[in-house]
Design a protein around this ligand. Structure first.
Ligand SMILES: O=C(O)CCC(=O)C(=O)O
Ligand SMILES: [Fe+2]
Length: 432
């Protein structure tokens, strides 16, 4: 969705018939938006953009042929779409526009809470003018405000929990359709940027998670170098088994091979070291952690084979999962917090990377990468499920990717494999 798009509601409570025009900022020309006219008591939904200005015009009454303004003039007023959410325009008596939105609603509810508390305390004061000292007045005022804020936050959180459960249930239902829809293209980014002359699509950017696509991230030669090293090492991919280890599962049907980076050869231009360096450079571009390669997991070559539409065996795929916990809890040092998936070979049918809870669908393009992170660098809380993703079933053609799972809080002394697949230090787990 365009980040400047805003849906607004225009409600006519003016007791007069009105029309609404968009004012072209360049020519000043008016473009009618309300057809038919908006009668008193009716409303109009308008899909507009931040900064667009509209004119509301009173229309002459059908019977008298005149308007109700002074000397029968037809009154007008204007409004401009702001960047806030939930914008409602109420056309009041006298064709006066009353513009409310998420901010004014919040501010009005704060004002009403304060005035309720003020009169509560005022009543106490009226009843016992001698008993109340300034500290007790302050206390009862702040108790009242605290209770009011707690109620408001609880109400908002309850609503968020409800909305989130609807969203994740919708995501579950949509997963199979999103994967099976051969016409579904990559989601439009909210904006594009560039990084080292490569086009970056910002698909989503929130405090606790980001999803980016980067064109031409990996070269043909780098893919070949990874492929060559992977060939003799390929084995069935595993998933975490829930008790700290790994296991083969129908949830993840693919071959994989861990590719160690020989950092000694970086200076002489080793292709795999060069690729791995680019991975950490991008992570450090997107996140403020100054991640180093020391103690990180190896690159992972993952290969899915398409066996054609008619094959009746389970498809190669990676069912929806998070690469680390995605519960919204505090980040645990040494665990994963970002991933880069690089597409070396792309299938002709199937094999998209689908983020079902974030409404982000990525149809792989050869040599591109998908970056996603699942930590809030300010609060160090983890994503609460938006970065759950799948590698859709591969139907025709093969999909070869290189994945780097990036950890925070590892180094030469505490490398990635000093943690089990529950993110618990193995030395700690053994002592419990
Ligand atoms: O195959 C894909 O598109 C996703 C791969 C994935 O989820 C991973 O490597 O963690
Ligand atoms: Fe993954």
């Amino acid at each position: 969705a365009n980040s400047h798009a805003r849906s607004i509601i225009i409600a006519n409570e003016s007791s007069r018939r009105v029309e609404v025009h968009w004012v072209d900022p360049v020519s000043g020309e008016m473009v009618i938006q309300s057809e038919p006219d908006i009668l008193d008591g009716a409303s109009l939904n308008l899909d507009s953009y931040v900064g667009h200005t509209f004119e509301v015009r009173e229309l002459p009454a059908k019977k008298t042929g005149v308007c109700a303004g002074e000397e029968q003039t037809c009154r007008v007023d204007h409004f401009t779409v702001s960047s806030n959410n939930d914008q409602v325009i109420i056309i009041k008596d006298g064709i006066k526009v009353d513009h409310t939105d998420s901010k004014t609603i919040a501010s009005n509810s704060a004002k009403s809470l304060l005035s309720t508390c003020r009169s509560t305390v005022q009543k106490q004061l009226d009843n016992n003018p001698d008993l109340l000292s300034i500290p007790t007045i302050l206390d009862s005022f702040s108790d009242c405000v605290e209770q009011g804020i707690v109620n408001e936050i609880e109400k908002a959180n309850e609503e968020i929990t409800f909305q989130a459960s609807v969203r994740t249930e919708m995501g579950e239902l949509l997963e199979d359709y999103a994967c099976a829809d051969e016409k579904l293209n990559t989601t439009e980014p909210i904006r594009t940027e560039s990084w080292r002359d490569k086009k970056v699509g910002i698909m989503i950017e929130r405090p606790s998670f980001k999803i980016h696509t980067i064109e031409n991230f990996v070269t043909h030669e780098e893919c070949m170098a990874v492929s060559e090293m992977a060939e003799p090492l390929l084995e069935d991919a595993e998933v975490a088994d829930g008790s700290g280890g790994g296991q083969i599962s129908e949830n993840r049907k693919a071959k994989q091979a861990a590719i160690a980076v020989d950092w000694e050869k970086e200076a002489e231009g080793d292709l795999i070291a060069q690729l791995s360096r680019r991975v950490y450079d991008y992570v450090n571009h997107a996140l403020p952690f100054e991640i180093k390669e020391n103690g990180q997991e190896e690159l992972m070559s993952i290969q899915y084979f398409g066996r054609g539409r008619d094959d009746d065996q389970p498809r190669d795929q990676y069912m929806p999962h998070c690469d680390e916990d995605c519960t919204g809890m505090a980040f645990r040092p040494g665990t994963r917090m970002a991933t880069i998936v690089m597409y070396c070979e792309v299938p002709t049918v199937g094999g998209a990377t689908n983020f079902r809870n974030a409404m982000v669908h990525i149809k792989p393009t050869k040599h591109a990468a998908t970056f996603f992170s699942y930590i809030d660098p300010v609060t160090m809380m983890t994503d609460s499920g938006f970065t759950e993703h799948s590698g859709c079933p591969v139907i025709e053609g093969n999909k070869k990717i290189v994945t780097q799972w990036v950890r925070l809080g590892v180094d030469d002394e505490t490398p990635w494999d000093s943690f089990n697949t529950l993110g618990v230090k193995i030395s700690d787990a053994e002592n419990q």
